[in-house]
Write a protein that binds this ligand. Structure first.
Ligand code: FAD
Length: 447
């Protein structure tokens, strides 16, 4: 039997892969770990601060989450907050900033929806959540009511407990705190792309653009590519993917905190919202748009064939995607987003139908398309059920894990790492110091 070079290989240096690295290094006795990232730095894709909305999701202002999803998300966000709160002050300040947040309802129907949403169960789960009247909204976010038609009804769910997180810098923080742990056996290869994975009698053979490696277990934390590798190993045959690209617009600073809008239950991603940007405090960011693209990386047309393989475009998968896209709500969203892509008219439509719903006084000249922002949400489709599955997903095979991470995947990174480590130690008979983990992440009763 050939000696395996590694116990665990992690493919992907975004927030999911680096959180896993951190957890393995600090809470297990596993010594031979390799992390492989194809780009020269960590988090160049979805975890980059300019690719996502920088929101630490709790589930309180995400109107498309079920109560169960809200509960899970709150749990995951609290784990990440526990990590952030333990960091030295300077490091913490570079990664996270507190800000208030609200879910804005515009028009009678949305306001009614908000009032229903503010149920006893939601209030119990989120005791700090409040319902705001128009006057209360004005006091907190004056631009929401300035120049608004006085007959238009508005209301909001509001919490002071909101956070912006730079998930890209967070990845680097996880790596640094993995290196500083007093153990040997860590190797990190940047600029190294895994091109093939093959199962062997006692593990896996990973081919990269530089060399070949053997490992007992492998975790694909490869974002939009995880399902691609799952299919390479014969997993996820019942799954397909819809790549939903998102772009943002910048305006001058018009909002003090995060302002989300009501989105209907069948839609797996948030409606356009307005957010402060951690890295550009003088601006407000509106977005993301939602455009279906046959790619795994935005603007990288070389990823077309990998998308086709990931989506598994046989008759059944294509029929399933078509069926998902025929859902009236998804169809409506896709149609308006196609419009936003049209030069000149697109920006005007975005201003009228999205940005001005939040800040009515915005002018055409206030809006600047934010170049090179917004990643791809890899929405997973259940081919048999012909529906989009909500949120992050995992395929666990024999000594292999694949993490698929549309939003709120970045928020859930520690939770995902916990679940992965739980499996990995079972795979290879290693030890996981759950007590220490629970202590650090305040999970006394819940994990
Ligand atoms: C528009 C938008 C807004 C979002 N907003 C939020 C938000 O506000 N809050 C939130 O919690 N989540 C949000 N998300 C989701 C969040 O960005 C992702 O869930 C998260 O970044 C996923 O992290 P990841 O590490 O799994 O994937 P990624 O960050 O994509 O990292 C995967 C890594 O794997 C590497 N890789 C891929 N293939 C290979 C290979 N063959 N070999 C080696 N390396 C490879 C890639 O280079 C990449 O670095 C948003 C996403 C989008 C697109």
């Amino acid at each position: 039997m050939e000696k395996m070079q590694y116990d665990v290989v992690i493919v992907g240096g975004g927030v999911t892969g680096t959180a896993l690295l951190y957890t393995l290094r600090n809470y297990t006795n596993i010594e031979n770990i390799l992390l492989v990232e194809k780009y020269p730095t960590f988090s160049e894709l979805n975890s980059n601060s300019q690719s996502n909305s920088q929101t630490l999701h709790f589930g309180d202002i995400e109107s498309n989450y079920t109560l169960e999803k809200a509960r899970e998300t709150k749990h995951a966000s609290e784990m990440l907050l526990a990590y952030l709160n333990e960091l030295p002050e300077g490091e913490n300040a570079a990664l996270v900033k507190k800000c208030h947040k609200m879910l804005l309802g515009v028009g009678e129907e949305e306001v009614k929806f908000l009032k229903r949403r503010f149920s006893k169960e939601m209030r119990e789960l989120f005791p700090e959540l409040r319902y705001l009247s128009k006057d209360e909204i004005t006091a907190i976010e004056p631009k929401i009511t300035e120049d608004r038609d006085p007959t238009e009804e508005i209301g909001a769910l509001y919490s002071e407990k909101g956070y912006m997180v730079d998930f890209g810098k967070l990845s680097t923080s996880f790596v640094e705190h993995s290196k500083s742990c007093k153990k040997t056996g860590l190797e990190i290869l940047l600029g190294t792309e895994v091109t093939r994975v093959k199962r062997t009698s006692d593990g896996f053979l990973l081919s990269t653009n530089k060399a070949t490696y053997t490992t007992r277990t492998v975790v694909f934390a490869a974002g939009t590519y995880s399902l691609y590798f799952a299919k390479m190993l014969g997993y996820g045959k019942n799954l397909s993917t819809l790549s939903v690209g998102g772009s943002f617009y910048y305006t001058p600073h018009v909002l003090n905190g995060k302002v989300y809008r009501v989105e209907k239950g069948s839609v797996p991603f948030a409606a356009v919202h307005g957010d402060p940007d951690l890295n550009f405090p003088e601006r407000t960011r509106f977005g993301p748009t939602a455009t279906v693209l046959p790619l795994l990386e935005k603007g990288n047309f070389k990823t077309f064939s990998a998308y086709i393989k990931t989506a598994g475009l046989n008759g059944e998968a294509m029929f399933s995607i078509k069926s998902v896209l025929s859902d009236p709500e998804i169809k409506r969203i896709m149609a308006k987003n196609i419009k936003y892509g049209v030069p000149v008219i697109g920006k005007y439509s975005f201003l009228r139908d999205e940005a001005r719903k939040i800040v009515p006084s915005l002018k055409y000249s206030d809006l600047k398309f934010a170049d090179n922002t917004g990643g791809i949400r890899p929405q997973v489709i259940d081919i048999k059920k012909r529906k989009i599955l909500m949120g992050e997903l995992k395929i666990t095979g024999n000594n292999v894990i694949f993490n698929m991470t549309p939003s709120p995947g970045a928020t859930a990174c520690i939770q995902t790492a916990y679940e992965d480590v739980d499996e990995i130690v079972r795979f290879i008979g290693a030890k996981f110091n759950r007590e220490l983990f629970k202590k650090q992440f305040n999970q006394v009763n819940s994990v």
